[in-house]
Design a protein. Structure first.
Length: 281
């Protein structure tokens, strides 16, 4: 497999759509709130249409593209890349703990729990530079939290996430695990440094990006969910100082507080400490 391989949009997108559909979601939004949001959305869309004098041909291309995104199973991909960061920012403004970032389309719950100090599940010949990623989970008063849950998932060095691998046969929980902090709130994980990541772009999401002359890259990133009893769950991502695309993420999901700067540690292996602070629920 080459290092420039990219999962196909159809393969990974359909897997993401199927997983999302399998877990039917609801919410209790009132009709008043629904009316307010829907009216504002349409009014703002209308303003854009008038401002740019959107043509009938452009409208028909949009209609066709929307149909294609659905048929290609790419709504989880497109929405999480282009819209989720607004939702995340808007929802996390009022909290004081560690910054959140978007979940993206490739989270899977219930990854195996490996305790407080362990190596991520990976293949014997897993490619990539080793990374020791460790730290403490604390409350707002600075007290370590025992038994906090740290879920970590990330792509391999070819850009594939297990369970969204286009049928390549990557082991089910490869580079996905849950850790539980020790009595002092500490965790220590050995993994590999992920590479910059191209979102699948051979389908309608790729057409969309090409249409405005954009690029499909995300900086290398670790995905995390961190929580503890009585604490707010944070979903976030961590990036790497100086890494390509850190300043130009297609998904607009980088925040300066979320950038790691690993340095060679004791055995010459890159190490980085990152502490998480959780708000109360
Ligand atoms: C990813 O890995 C990701 O993190 C996002 C946000 C979108 C597509 C793929
Ligand atoms: Fe990702």
């Amino acid at each position: 497999m080459s290092t420039t391989a990219v999962p196909t949009a159809a393969g990974s997108g359909n897997a993401a759509t199927d997983k999302f559909k399998g877990n039917r979601v609801t919410c209790d939004t009132s009709t008043e709130r629904a009316a307010a949001i829907y009216k504002d959305v349409l009014a703002k869309l209308g303003e854009v249409i008038f401002e740019h004098e959107v043509t009938y041909d452009e409208y028909r291309v949009l209609k066709q593209w929307l149909i294609d995104v659905g048929e290609g199973g790419e709504w989880p991909l497109w929405l999480d890349v282009f819209l989720e960061h607004f939702i995340e920012d808007s929802n996390s403004r009022i909290f004081n703990g560690t910054m959140g970032s978007i979940e993206g389309p490739y989270y899977v719950p219930d990854a195996p729990n490996l305790g407080s100090k362990a190596k991520m599940p990976m293949r014997e010949d897993e490619k990539g530079t080793a990374l020791i990623f460790k730290g403490q989970v604390r409350d707002l008063d600075g007290k370590g939290i025992e038994g906090a849950s740290v879920e970590l998932w990330h792509a391999d060095s070819d850009g594939y996430y297990s369970q969204f691998d286009d049928g390549l046969g990557i082991p089910e929980w490869n580079l996905r695990a849950t850790f539980s902090t020790d009595a002092d709130g500490n965790y220590e994980i050995e993994t590999i440094q992920p590479a910059p990541y191209q979102i699948p772009h051979d389908g309608p999401t790729g057409e969309f990006i090409a249409s405005y002359g954009g690029h499909p890259w995300r900086p290398a990133h670790l995905h995390l969910k961190v929580t503890a009893p009585g604490k707010r769950l944070i979903t976030t991502q961590l990036y790497f100082q100086g890494g390509q695309w850190v300043d130009d993420d297609v998904a607009g999901a980088v925040k300066p507080e979320l950038i790691l700067d690993p340095k060679p540690g004791a055995e010459g292996i890159d190490e980085v400490v990152y502490d998480f602070v959780l708000d109360p629920v």
